[in-house]
Design a protein around this ligand. Structure first.
Ligand code: DX5
Ligand code: ZN
Length: 227
């Protein structure tokens, strides 16, 4: 696989700052040097029960690091809000299929505002229903937990969805980066890489480690060996 993205060549590792210390975000991002993307989980207490951070914090993070920001919007009305995250300097802005009203127009708005556009599928959402829309997107985020919280168990039964997405990309039907999110750790990343994921979000496995940058390097090596 020779696809190149901002920050490197697949496999990409995107630590989720959901598991970082929110009182020391800039310092915490400094602990994941060598990461390809910084994954920023935006939650609104409506689309998901949890509430995290929004635009002002993303703008502040953008000023504090050169690592591309991967904003995962777990919010209602992403059609309105997603372009604002692109304007705030995100590299990739991902909206949820279950929340977006006009997926193609929203992808165009995100791109027009200067970012890559991502579409995320919850575990119960069928890939087949979103193939047409995905032709307007750069990133497909396949959730391997129910969105809302870090530290949940990896859903291995999502690997079939990853494999089907991989086939669509390899046969030229889609041109998305395939990203997986939830429960990715040393013991699960190999199956996700074997199934064909390009980009791996990891929160607790990175920030729960004594040396987060070393954890990122280890995850990347495991994924690279499995691909
Ligand atoms: C869950 C978030 C994930 C979360 C992953 O809704 O989208 O990005 O931070 O955390 P871990 O890696 O701990 O499952
Ligand atoms: Zn996420």
């Amino acid at each position: 696989m020779s696809n190149t993205y901002a920050g490197g060549v697949a496999p990409l590792i995107a630590p989720s700052i959901l598991s970082a210390d929110f009182a020391r975000l800039a310092e915490e991002i400094g602990r994941i040097h060598g990461s390809d993307w910084v994954h920023v989980d935006v939650m609104d207490a409506h689309f998901v029960p949890n509430l995290t951070i929004g635009l002002p914090v993303v703008e502040a993070i953008r000023r504090s690091t050169d690592i591309p920001l991967d904003c995962h919007l777990m919010i209602d009305d992403p059609d309105t809000w997603a372009p604002r995250y692109a304007e705030a300097g995100a590299y990739n802005v991902t909206v949820h299929a279950e929340a977006v009203r006009d997926p193609i127009s929203t992808a165009m708005d995100i791109r027009a505002a200067g970012a890559k556009a991502g579409l995320s599928l919850k575990p119960g959402t069928d890939l087949d229903d979103w193939i047409d829309a995905l032709r307007s997107y750069d990133t497909l985020l396949i959730m391997t937990v129910e969105p809302g919280f870090g530290g949940q168990s990896f859903m291995a039964d999502m690997m079939d969805k990853v494999r089907r997405a991989r086939r669509m990309v390899d046969t030229g039907h889609l041109t998305v980066v395939i990203e997986v999110d939830g429960g990715i750790a040393e013991d699960t990343i190999v199956q996700a890489a074997e199934a064909g994921a390009d980009c791996f979000v990891a929160g607790s496995a990175v920030y729960g480690a004594d040396d987060p940058a070393a954890a990122v390097a280890k995850l990347r090596a495991l994924a690279a060996a499995a691909r």
